[in-house]
Design a protein around this ligand. Structure first.
Ligand SMILES: CC(=O)[C@@H](O)[C@H](O)COP(=O)(O)O
Ligand SMILES: NCC(=O)COP(=O)(O)O
Length: 259
């Protein structure tokens, strides 16, 4: 079975836009778990643009209480700075079930590529070992078509996360087959090397079923952007009705009647 881990970054984006505490991240997280999510994902960025270090601690506690998987994503090479203690320190404090290593830079709008194992392998190896010493399963972000995907196993990783952004883009344009076939081939090579396969980035209700049909044994998908967007559409009607009830009732009680 494929586990669904909900990425909460976008809830934090909305919260931070007003500088307060709403929408409440823990309430959103609990709602996701109540609805059946198998786990929670966060990708705290060093610039603290959405998830902050304090959020990671609280969500880690929630996952422990609820007995579900917590997945922290981030760049293991990004140095600590004010407001960001570094990925290893965050994992030391929260002991997530899984850490997903992603080679993203500060200037990136979002994650947009996997590791270059030839360039980064030697530096990654001791870091992977350090995360495993903390008891974390280690997954590494990998490009579809990476010719060195087996290196992830040699470096000590347990899983790869297939970067599905290009697949999602191909799906949206209707030219699915080459991107899908490449994703299947990379997943199969990883599995043959003994790695588990996770997948994520820009997955949605349209492209996810096709991916899961094509790739056997995807162990986890982490989904945030589309899922939180869908939640807005799914909830807007009921929410507007609720506010409309309030203004109509007020008009009846205190004003000239409903508009
Ligand atoms: C690794 C990955 O694909 C996701 O974590 C994605 O990067 C979400 O991060 P943002 O929400 O910051 O775009
Ligand atoms: N690892 C991918 C993830 O957590 C969510 O990516 P997205 O659905 O926000 O693109």
């Amino acid at each position: 079975m494929t586990a669904l881990s909900v990425n909460l970054n976008k809830i934090a984006v909305l919260r931070n836009s007003r500088g307060g505490t709403e929408p409440d991240l823990l309430r959103a997280a609990s709602t996701c778990l109540d609805a059946g999510a198998h786990g929670l994902t966060v990708h705290p960025r060093p610039d603290a643009r959405h998830i902050r270090a304090a959020d990671v601690l609280l969500l880690g506690d929630l996952c422990t209480q609820r007995g579900v998987e917590f997945n922290i994503e981030g760049n293991p090479f990004a140095p600590a700075r004010t407001g960001y203690p570094g990925l290893l320190a965050l994992c030391e404090a929260t002991r997530p079930a899984q850490v997903t290593l992603v080679p993203d830079g500060d200037g990136q709008l979002t994650s947009d590529h996997g590791f270059d194992f030839v360039r980064d392998g030697a530096a990654l190896q001791p870091l992977i070992a350090a995360f495993k010493l903390l008891g974390c399963r280690v997954s590494v972000f990998v490009d579809v078509g990476d010719p060195h995907v087996e290196q992830a196993a040699a470096l000590g990783a347990d899983r790869i996360e297939l970067y599905t952004g290009p697949y999602a883009e191909a799906f949206a344009t209707g030219h699915i087959q080459p991107a899908l076939a490449a994703a299947v081939a990379t997943a199969q090579r990883a599995q043959a090397a003994g790695l588990g396969v996770n997948a994520g980035h820009d997955l949605n209700q349209d492209n996810l079923p096709v991916l899961l049909q094509a790739i056997a044994n995807v162990q986890e998908v982490s989904i945030g952007h589309a899922l939180i967007g869908d939640a807005l559409y799914a909830g807007l009607q009921a929410t507007v009705r609720a506010y409309r009830c309030i203004v109509d009732r007020a008009a009846l009680l205190y004003g000239a009647g409903p508009a």
